[in-house]
Ligand binder design. Sequence first.
Ligand SMILES: [Ca+2]
Length: 173
Amino acid sequence: MKRPVYQVVSLLGLCVLMGAASAQAPLLKQWASAVVTRSSEYGADNWGAKQVLGEPNTMAYGDNGTAWAAATKNGVTQSITVSFKEPVYASAVLVRQTYGNGFVRKIFAIDTQGKIYQVWAGKDKTQPNYTVNFIATFPQTPYLVKAVKVVIDPNHNMNTYEEIDAIQLHGVK
Ligand SMILES: [Ca+2]
């Protein structure tokens, strides 16, 4: 006996769906590769914006020149914008905090056309005294992200600088 046509069609449809799910692109995790801009930096080398690039290299909590610090310990809002090698449909940004932790306030994604979108804002509950990889998650962007801007509150800890060692973008190609 022949199967009704609609059953064959629905079976085919199921196979296509399963194929699509198993072929889903893997999550790509990239460390920042270039500084686009920064509001300020404590130094051109130590504590400079370039210190956020690449893999983490600040392994102890404290005031370390291997992390980015703004020019002043406290004051107006600060930010750093970094780009990544592979544009991705992004779903998270990791901000490695190594001093004055708990200071991230907003994160913006910048698409391949240079358009800027706020993707995260909220309470950063990262605790001090340890190096911490703070991860801000958000619904996957429908546009390809090539850069992110991290906005921080330098007054989060009035006794310290607020320092970032590394920034990582999570997404799929
Ligand atoms: Ca501060």
